[in-house]
Design a protein around this ligand. Structure first.
Ligand code: GFB
Length: 322
């Protein structure tokens, strides 16, 4: 990498902030180019083009997205598909126009079919119907991955994509309804423990299985994939399959997760499952053999990660999104 700027789009989000921490830890803090929403609206194509023309950008981490848990996806499908498609098209196109040498697009494990073989290999993409609760978001993320592939095929851009499993950690969204399961339960169990409630409710049947990766492990994976030389990246991808799964290779049931969160938060009451709430896809364990073959593996176990996320929540409970 020479001396150009490293633009982290979405640096205030959970993943973007973790990527910034990782780059700073690697001594690259002075290369960072960060722009908050008030400074650069990623939904405004002309503004994004001007931004890329104004700076000599060497790397782009596209971590900006409209994200949320199963309820948020089910409630705001138009916002999820529109905002994610527009952000992706604006940033990827402007990066090409400005001749940015390398870009990393962050997708999601929900791009895979609802009943994909488990663990899910990268080849499973577009082989079956998606999970309805987050199909709009998944279609947007599939489009982002395909835009990167297409700019590689037509213009030779070295634009890469990583598909993370469910992420959690410091800086997460702890909104009671719109959050993903881990922050939602950490907050609910914490508040129940504080009040001395005798029971706490968990959505769904508790039987779906989920794989959870701490966001600091994800950030390390992003920098690792970004800095792979082209030959290495090509060794584990194909011109029309340029994405790489990122995960731990292990999953737990929502019920097991809830029991672990009860332990972490000190909640001693009963756990009640509300089957009127959606379960979502039954399982989405990723096949992570390719990224492991490229030399990356996670280092933060689930209970350790949950304790760090809970500590962050308790420190920031006053400011987290209500
Ligand atoms: O994390 P989550 O919202 O999203 O839900 P997905 C995971 C599982 O946790 C579902 C259960 O089976 C939920 O029923 N669950 C139990 C809860 N209690 C709760 C709760 O209080 N809040 C939430 N949110 N879930 C997301 C996609 O799917 O995965 C996103 O919707 C994204 O677009 C993300 O792709 C990675 O794992 O089901």
């Amino acid at each position: 990498m020479t001396q150009g700027k490293i633009f982290v789009a979405g640096h205030r989000g959970m993943v973007g902030a973790a990527i910034v921490r990782r780059l700073e830890a690697l001594g690259l803090g002075d290369r960072l180019l960060l722009a908050g929403r008030e400074e650069l609206d990623l939904l405004d194509q002309a503004a994004v083009r001007r931004f890329f023309q104004r700076h000599a950008i060497e790397r782009v981490y596209l971590a900006a997205a409209r994200v949320g848990g199963i309820h948020a996806n089910d409630t705001y499908p138009a916002e999820f598909i529109h905002q994610n498609l527009v952000i992706q098209c604006n940033v990827i196109h402007a990066a090409w126009e400005a001749g940015v040498p390398r870009l990393l697009f962050l997708g999601s494990s929900c791009i895979y079919p609802k009943h994909a073989p488990q663990p899910i290999p990268e080849e499973a993409l577009l082989t079956g119907p998606l999970e309805p609760t987050n199909e709009p978001y998944a279609v947007a993320k599939i489009a982002g991955l395909k835009i990167c592939e297409s700019y590689h095929r037509q213009y030779g851009c070295d634009f890469r994509s990583v598909m993370p499993t469910n992420l959690y950690g410091p800086g997460d969204n702890f909104h009671p309804d719109n959050a993903h399961v881990i922050p939602a339960l950490l907050r609910r169990f914490h508040e129940a423990a504080q009040r001395g409630d005798e029971a706490v409710t968990v959505w769904g049947t508790g039987t779906p299985r989920r794989e959870f990766l701490h966001v600091d492990d994800m950030a390390a994976a992003c920098v690792h994939v970004m800095e792979l030389d082209e030959a290495a990246y090509r060794s584990q991808t194909a011109p029309m399959r340029r994405h790489l799964n990122v995960g731990t290779g292990q999953d737990v049931t929502i019920a097991e997760l809830a029991q672990t969160i009860a332990r972490v938060t000190g909640f001693g009451g009963r756990i009640v499952f509300d089957a009127s709430k959606p379960d979502g896809t039954p399982r989405k364990l990723l096949d992570v053999s390719r990224i492991r073959a490229l030399g990356w593996q996670p280092s933060i176990g689930l209970e350790e990660g949950l304790r760090s996320a809970y500590a962050w929540y308790r420190e920031h409970a006053a400011q987290v999104r209500q």
